[in-house]
Design a protein around this ligand. Structure first.
Ligand code: PLP
Length: 390
């Protein structure tokens, strides 16, 4: 990829983009909400897309064994996880994979557990398939200065399982807090899942964006109990910024889960995009250098964001994420009323995700901020918010 660091497009180029991030709000609003990056995508993926278009190769998606091989190679290189390259199924995106899997294996009214604060769509997916949502919130350890601050609450999870829940929808790493659940937590979770007959759906879409010095732990890698209880759902869409291309994979490693996955309709494959599936193959095979460069930029950005918060929005509480480009801020010090995200949008022209979208009223003093942009944009957003604090 040469010596050029992955970086943001210019503001003029960004404003000309067609994606939701740049179309949802008026042009004077800084979009720091939806999980898209402002960066240039990897050259090998661009080349593949150009090549498919040049050769008029835009038909339906057929067999693609090379995708399983690519993911298995990636998992081994980055996480020392042995994946059977044949144990995967394709779906349109992580949302469709999760919803179709749950639809295929569940009965309406059964209970599905999540741990808030978490990606807002989890709530909708569970509702869409008629399941009843149970929240076992993360524990928040504000006093620990240097430690990760959000943890799985295994007791709350066990209570929910013991009360009859059948599914646990996990976010590993956890959007929006950037927390990687540890091997020990996952081993304990898998034991609980096995004890209570719960299926764990591990959404690992953010995993490749793990910072140097941190270690991502795939759920299926931790134990036989995890393999017997869990499916991993992932995609290159988040880490390589390809959300519009539409493809994701479900990965499993036990006869028990293979049996469940069979219930997903074969049509899910046909509803996925040829460009999405082949670009995912290229991402997992050929883009390690781009990813390292992207992470180097994000690493600078996460430190820049915290330094700017400290200097210009003292009192706002945020932590260095272990993974990803999203940050959860506790903003009560700003005195922006009951709807801080609404005030930021209305008065500062900065769009962030409101805390309640990620788990209800408990998070009314939180917002989620996306820092996958230029440093200047991070500073601009923070200065705009500083100008409206009361
Ligand atoms: C945890 C998580 N899962 C899934 C998605 C969406 O993935 P997809 O576009 O493949 O449905 C996101 C998007 O931000 C996410 O953060």
């Amino acid at each position: 990829m040469s010596d050029k660091r992955v970086q943001s497009d210019s503001m003029a180029e960004l404003k000309a983009r067609h994606s939701s991030k740049w179309r949802r709000y008026a042009p004077d609003v800084l979009p720091m909400h939806v999980a898209e990056m402002d960066f240039q995508i990897a050259e090998p993926i661009k080349a593949m897309l150009h090549d498919f278009v040049e050769r008029n190769d835009l038909g339906y998606l057929g067999p693609i064994p090379e995708l399983g091989e690519a993911f298995a190679g990636y998992a081994k290189r980055h996480w020392d996880w042995d994946v059977n390259p044949r144990n995967f199924k394709i779906a349109t995106d992580v949302a469709v994979a999760t919803v179709e899997f749950l639809r295929a294996i569940s009965k309406p009214g059964e209970r599905a557990v999540i741990s808030s604060p978490v990606y807002s769509s989890f709530f909708r997916w569970i509702g869409e398939v008629g399941l009843t949502l149970v929240d076992a919130p993360l524990r928040h350890n504000e006093s620990a200065e240097d430690a990760p601050h959000w943890h799985l609450d295994l007791q709350a999870i066990e209570d929910a399982f013991a009360a009859g829940a059948k599914y646990y929808l996990m976010c590993q790493p956890q959007n929006p807090v950037g927390r990687i659940h540890t091997r020990e937590e996952l081993i304990a979770l898998a034991e609980l899942a096995e004890k209570y007959g719960v299926v764990v759906i591990s959404d690992e879409i953010h995993a490749p964006l793990t910072y140097r010095g941190e270690k991502f732990v795939p759920y299926l890698s931790v134990s036989d109990a995890a393999r017997r209880t869990g499916v991993c759902i992932t995609s290159s869409s988040k880490s390589y910024n390809l959300a519009g291309l539409k493809a994701a994979i479900l990965v499993w490693d036990s006869p028990e889960i293979a049996e469940l996955v069979k219930a997903i309709p074969d049509d899910t494959h046909w509803r996925s995009s040829i460009l999405g599936a082949f670009s995912m193959t290229v991402a997992f095979n050929d883009c390690d250098e781009w990813l390292a460069s992207c992470l180097a930029t994000l690493d600078e950005n996460r430190h820049h964001m915290l330094a700017e918060l400290h200097a210009k929005l003292p009192g706002v509480v945020a932590h260095l994420p272990q993974n990803g480009y999203l940050s959860m801020w506790e903003v009560s010090a700003l005195n922006l009323g009951d709807d801080p995200a609404g005030a930021m949008l209305r008065d500062a022209k900065v769009a962030v995700v409101p805390g309640p979208d990620m788990g209800g009223a408990n998070y009314k003093n939180f917002v989620r901020f996306n820092f996958a942009c230029s440093k200047a944009q991070i500073t601009d957003a923070i200065e705009r918010i500083a100008a409206i604090r009361k």
